[in-house]
Design a protein around this ligand. Structure first.
Ligand SMILES: [Zn+2]
Length: 105
């Protein structure tokens, strides 16, 4: 028994495994083309997840921006708006870095 990498999710699995225990890809009896298609789909799904994360970050940032400018300048709303701005900004940077990292792989 040897350890190989799943062609779909690239996690470690046994070469005797019939399906990948991480992503459920069927190893036995699948053609190269089928596995590649599954890998592509997996990547698309991941990208979509990152994109929705990125979208949420932008939404938080915009919301924070509006709160900052249109609510009274003291009290809880000012704090909430600053948190939202920070979360949105950091979230956006993280999602961009994530996308770059995924492209390299
Ligand atoms: Zn897998």
């Amino acid at each position: 028994m040897a350890i190989i990498r799943c062609i779909v999710c690239s996690k470690r699995i046994s070469n005797k495994a019939e399906t990948c225990m991480h992503c459920g890809a069927i190893m036995k009896g699948s053609s190269e083309e089928q596995l590649e298609r599954a890998a592509h789909l997996q990547k698309l799904k991941k990208n979509r997840r990152i994109q929705s994360f990125s979208f949420l970050a932008i939404l938080a940032f915009v919301l924070g921006f509006f709160l900052y400018y249109f609510k009274p300048s003291d009290g809880i709303w000012r704090q909430v708006s600053i948190y939202l701005l920070a979360i949105g900004f950091i979230g956006y940077i993280v999602s961009r870095a994530w996308i770059l990292y995924n492209k390299k792989k």
